[in-house]
Structures are given as structure tokens and as C-alpha cells.
Design a protein. Sequence first.
Length: 312
Amino acid sequence: MSDGGPADMRGCDPAGMSSCALCPRACGVNRHEKAGVCGMGATLRVALAQLHHGEEPVLSGPGPEAGGSGTIFFSGCSLHCVYCQNHDISIGGLGHVLSVDDLAATMLELQLSGAHNVNLVTPTHFTPLVRQALILARGHGLRIPVVWNSSAYETVDTLRTLDGLVDIYLPDLRYMDAKAAARYSSAPDYPGAACAAIAEMHRQVGHLVVADGLARRGLLIRLLVLPGNAGRTDLALDWIARNLGADTALSLMGQYYPAHQSAEFPGINRCLRPLEYKAVRRHMERLGFENGFVQQVGGDAGGTPDFRQGRP
């Protein structure tokens, strides 16, 4: 596990977010004065912190009696997917203001509650502040692994500031089709940005290491299969096999359901079909991937936390 020591600050404004370039949008906004493209200013905002049992078993823990993953859901997001299942917080901005000290204390509280890890969900646009909180929490006894749970819409420079502070990277690799990324997330540069980000994550932590049923360190890539394979998950699998190897841990997700603005987009305004998922799974198996997780197809809002009632 990382020791919480100093990390490189290249690409990150040490004074805050006065000309923000933390994500590939590089909006240049002075977030001390107004919100960036992510919808957030320069103050930490967290929607919910809780023990979560719905993550992959190596994160939540095996069995119903496991401690759970200590998830911290940050408000705002730079990706803006039209089908976002957490749109109340990612786009709606629902959440509570926290100081860096508050965030560090929340991490330590989750550890005391029996969490197997601290799982930072969509933290990219708050990276400098989260980094400060991680260093503070490590200095006050945080011992469990830190998970960076993101869309992979990140810059390599921002990720380098986390080297030595993050134990487990849990990125999505959502699109390998630039047209789909533009249509559904207004991010035609997503494939290139995400692949570069995931390569950097792998450089920092390597392949996933599991001990006693729990992830300790490494990379676990989530692949959400969209209806009609709109994001081209097959091409994502090809890229991973070619660049990172078939030993890479994957989570092939079949839980898509039409949320948020999906009804306005023919082609993804329905649930994923079992046969669509099976085709991608077969491609994954042909490439030799064996390390990771698959799901039963189907989902609804039952697995999404109620952010309106939660407090950090």
C-alpha cells in the first residue's frame, strides 16, 4: 500500500483552481469565481459517504457480512453522459460543502466503520483538494487502500499528482467510438484521453493484486456495454489486450438502463439485451481475458443510492 508521501504536482495549480485544466475539457475557468464545465466551484462538495455493498466483490468484500466499500460520492462531473444514473449529483449538483479536514475525517470514519477501502467516486475535478485530504488522512492513520473511481476522462498530468497516493484505479472505458462519445457525452476526444489516462494508471499501480478476497492494489477497468454496443466495447477490449495484456482485470457491466435524458436518444432509449451482452462477453473470452467479473444483464434504479436523503 502507498505510504501517503509527497507526489508530483506537475499539471496542477498548487494554489487551487484559478485557471482549471484538471480534466481534458481544460475550460480555463477561475473556479474561485464561478463554476467550471464540471458544474463545481473551488469548494469541495460531497453528496454521500457510506458503506456500499454493490461494488465488485473484491471491493465490497465477499459475502453479505462483508464490511463494504467506503464510497464517497463527489458532486459534479466533467463528462455529462446523457444516460447518467447519478445525474442528481453529477449534473444536478446535489451535495454538501466539506473542508479538506472534513474529507480526511470522513475517510478515517469510514475506516473505523469497517470499510475495506476508501472509494472516491468521480473525484477528478477536485483533485488538488482530494490530494490534500489523502495526505492528511494518511498522516492520521488511514491504512486501507484508496480507490480512484472515475470515468477515465482525465489528463495524464493530473493523474501524475496522485502517484503514490492511490492504491487502486477503477476507471470506466466507455467509448472507443468518437462519434458516440460526442453524441452521448459531448466528448469526441474521450477515446484518446481515456486510453492515455488508463495507461498512466497502469504505470502507477500495475495489474490488480487480490489477497484474502480483497483488492489491495492495481487496475480494474469497468466496461459498460451500451445498447447496440454503441460505445464499441469490443474495440476497448482489443485495445486493452494489445496495450495492457489479457491479464488485466475487467468488470464487464450489463446494468445499463435508460436514465436521465436517454429517452431523447433513439438507440440507447432501452435496456441492454442479453444477446448484446453475450456477444461482447464472447469476444472478451476469445481474447483470453479471465481475470475479473461479469454480470447478469438487466438493471434499474434500485442499485442507485438515494442522494437526496444522504449526508456526508
